[in-house]
Design a protein around this ligand. Structure first.
Ligand code: ZN
Length: 274
């Protein structure tokens, strides 16, 4: 296995799409399940946080997706995640319990290797690089581009933003936080390549002097999905010695209680030291 679990999962999904001859967006994970003879059913979740299930009865497989989150892009991602467990080598053996059931927490909330690979698979399935990258170039930059791509791909803003950071050639960081604690941060390659920045320091809290901190301090902003477009500085987020002005777009992800931040480097890089 090469690369991180998300990249590995995404590449496996891209291979599958090639095999199936699927070359247009949006990709329909329900149809792919159908082609493999997998039954897909909607089902209320029995436990909070469970987004979906993969179920084996004999040699037959079924996928259940939770209906408590009434959000079509999230349900599509969940079905993609369960397809990941079905298709990824070793998953069926590893994730099903004695009664042939696996319960998933899809959506980048798990640190479990198999869950991360299945999330990567779902992202690669809905947003395969060979189709996503040209759409990304056409969509422009920043948060407006991510919104457009989410709609084209039938994916959530959250999943699309992460995929955007993986595929763009622009310096971009995506931060997902809850109650001003950072859950994860994805940086594009060109942002990591700026260098001279203390990338390795793992911050647990959203820095206080950022628009995101102010935004999330008002719980209503997150709940009703408000958004702001602001400016800040790379140093405020990541430290380091570069005074780099960035745009900071912030949006509340509604009832999940999470905040999505899109940090994009502006065109002029004012380097103070080097
Ligand atoms: Zn899972």
């Amino acid at each position: 296995m090469s690369g991180d679990p998300y990249t590995y999962g995404a590449r496996e999904a891209e291979k599958l799409l090639k095999e199936l001859g699927i070359s247009t967006l949006p990709v329909d994970p329900f149809a792919i399940a159908g082609r493999k003879g997998i039954t897909v059913v909607a089902k209320p979740a029995e436990h909070a946080g469970v987004s979906g299930m993969l179920i084996r009865v004999g040699n037959e497989f079924a996928i259940a997706y939770a209906t408590h989150i009434d959000n079509e892009p999230f349900q599509r991602f969940t079905v993609g995640h369960e397809l990941g467990h079905y298709f990824l080598p070793g998953h069926v053996e590893a994730v099903l319990d004695a009664s042939g059931v696996h319960q998933s927490r899809a959506g980048y909330s798990s640190k479990n290797q198999f869950e991360m690979e299945a999330d990567g698979f779902a992202a690669g399935l809905l947003m395969p690089r060979n189709l996503f990258f040209p759409a990304l170039v056409a969509a422009g930059k920043g948060f407006a581009a991510i919104e457009k791509l989410a709609s084209t791909c039938g994916a959530s803003l959250h999943a699309t933003a992460i995929r955007y950071a993986q595929c763009t050639r622009d310096p971009v960081a995506i931060v997902v936080s809850a109650e001003n604690r950072i859950e994860h941060c994805f940086m594009s390659k060109s942002l990591r390549d700026i260098g001279g920045i203390d990338w390795l320091r793992k911050r647990e809290a959203v820095p206080r002097d950022t628009p995101t901190f102010q935004f999330s301090a008002e719980v209503e902003n997150v709940r009703r999905g408000a958004r702001v477009e602001a400016s800040s500085n790379l140093q405020a987020w990541f430290g380091g010695r570069h005074d780099v002005e960035i745009s900071e777009d912030v949006v509340g992800l509604g009832r999940y209680g999470k905040t999505l931040t899109v940090l994009c480097k502006r065109s002029i890089n004012r380097t103070l030291a080097s």
